[in-house]
Design a protein around this ligand. Sequence first.
Ligand code: PMV
Length: 332
Amino acid sequence: MKATTIAPANIAFIKYWGKTNDRLTLPNNTSVSMNLDSLTTKTTVEFDESLEKDRVEIAYYGSVRIQADSGTYQRVVEQLDRIRKLSKLPLKAKVVSENTFPAGVGIASSASAFCALTLATVKASGLKLNTKELTILTRLGGSGSACRSIPNGFVEWKKGHSSQTSYAVSLEQETHWHLYDVILVVSDAYKKVSSLEGHALAHTSPYYATRLRELRNRTIQVKKGIHTKNLTMLGIASQQDAISLHCIAMTSNPPIFYWLGGTMSIINEVYRLQSLGVSVYFTIDAGPNVHLLCEEGTVEFLQQNFSTYPFIQQIFVAKAGKGARYSEEHLF
Ligand code: PMV
């Protein structure tokens, strides 16, 4: 009746942007990502017969525990309801969640949060599901990218053509390649346009069909880059994909601008470093912060190099990590 899980955020090399079905969270394209070992959400769920209403409390990064706002509460309850229906458990639940990193700034906090929530609720309800089924159920929670945080390491979420065929699988375990993500936080202000709205507007961009066409080859490059541990191949394709996503966002109707001035300065610096022979590549989610992909030997150099930039508020370092897992230490 009570379970705690830890789930990682993930960074997509090939990004999910746009859906074919909102209700089922079916994506318009296959996406590929890596779990981030140090950026996690820990969630405890307990079903309790004395509760008349679900309770949801969240400790955001650096803050005390507070009641979830109404939008978040609604989304959590919908996911609890989905699992209550499957497990035939009618009880209300208490949910407590905490993050090791800021939410809503393009570091995939909804992915780790909905992944941890789903796994903890499944376990607490006594439901027995395999990994594929867990990824499908997590996907249905609304933050589709959350399903990529279930399997270990490097993960592909297959587009599929129905709910049962759109699921996530591990391409390689986290031990396959010690790939790093150095995250430069340009702003930790909550993003103005959610990825939910971004997905809904994607099809209004005149370039969206082109993006989908390009993805076939780019996805092959990314998967090959991962399998062969070829950072240049993975990095170049990841950069192209980030630019492509933001091109779609900026040309949607109405347009969405996630980048800030600092974002562009970092991109320019990455190109300068590349011209000097430094093996570093960027990618950017639905926010202004920049993820630098590199190998272990470059991490310290990048931290030092960017430490003097006045607009960089924080630097997080993560490497390829495990997927979601159970914890023995409950939050309450
Ligand atoms: O899973 P959502 O609805 O939070 O959307 C994620 C969108 C991106 O982070 C921009 C891309 C991705 O695939 O992670």
